[in-house]
Design a protein around this ligand. Sequence first.
Ligand code: AN7
Length: 365
Amino acid sequence: MSTTPTAPAGAATHQWRGVIEEYRDHLDLPAGTVAVTLGEGGTPLVRSEWLSETGQAEVWLKVEGQNPTGSFKDRGMTTAISVAVHEGAAACVCASTGNTSASMAAYAAKAGLTPIVLVPSGKIAAGKMAQALVHGAQVIQVRGNFDDCLRMSRGLADHYPVALVNSVNPVRLEGQKTASFEIVDRLGDAPDVHLLPVGNAGNISAYWLGYKQYAERGRATRKPVMRAFQAEGAAPLVTGRVFPDPETKATAIRIGNPASWRLADAAAAESGGGFAALPDERILAAQAELARRDGVFVEPASAAGVAGFLQDLEQGISYAGRQVVVTVTGHGLKDTATALEWFGEVPQVVVDADIEAAAKAAGLV
Ligand code: AN7
């Protein structure tokens, strides 16, 4: 009999083992599921002095870009791919605005599954496309948006022998809810408020599931208010209506008809929270300011929680004295093209190989 060890024999006991082994007792997975892991989870909770001062609050960033493929998707992909392997799948499929496909491709590679990816043509960031291709995915670009891709992805899984690993697969939420566990384990209890971006709405649903379970199991004494943000051009949860042609520079959340709409509405309602929309300019400004003030470089969509916090303050919503966690969902290196647009023309300071010239260019003299 062969078993797949998830850590080398003799590894230090404090070495993080990935979310399945760290939290298996709290996850609803088939008995005997062997973890396909890249060491996801265990991401930093970084205190933001800038946002704390601005809001007279205690604000923490849950930095999900530190996951193996650079986004929170890895938490749900370790569970989805592990269960797909357990059930005997040979291939897997997902629709994606980029991060799910990057993550699925990596975990499929690790597991020896064939990854098939459906993405909206021309609408995913270059870094994410590179990840999917480099990990060996069959990338199919669809003339349509994410919602079309998801419909096709479901159809392929219905008619062909491929496992669907979008977050409509509940096993994805099992993995993603571990972010709530980590936050409670680190802070000692649930925060007062949790802010995050929302697109297809799997993540807010998973966080809420995690917070509820930890409270039920006595690991937390309370549950946070869940408040989530969309781009104005793709804001179905805010308006209550499908966006047939979603549009935003935050391509990760360019989604007009979220699959987990009902669960997201329930999370907002049960927690006493809600949804708000942001203009792209606010999202991009928050991305830039977060990078400069806190040293945390996130992709545009990932800054929506930060932009939402600032917009709320401007609109008179007070966070004073509250403990607030903001999830920043993915790494800034995923989409350098949009980030460099901050500068218009990218600054090019070129000097001769001369110390004086560098000192002058740097403004030291
Ligand atoms: C960085 O990759 O939907 O509300 O196909 O990549 O759980 O969808 C990505 C979503 C937020 C929204 N931030 O999360 C996909 C995809 C980033 C993201 C979201 C996404 P959900």
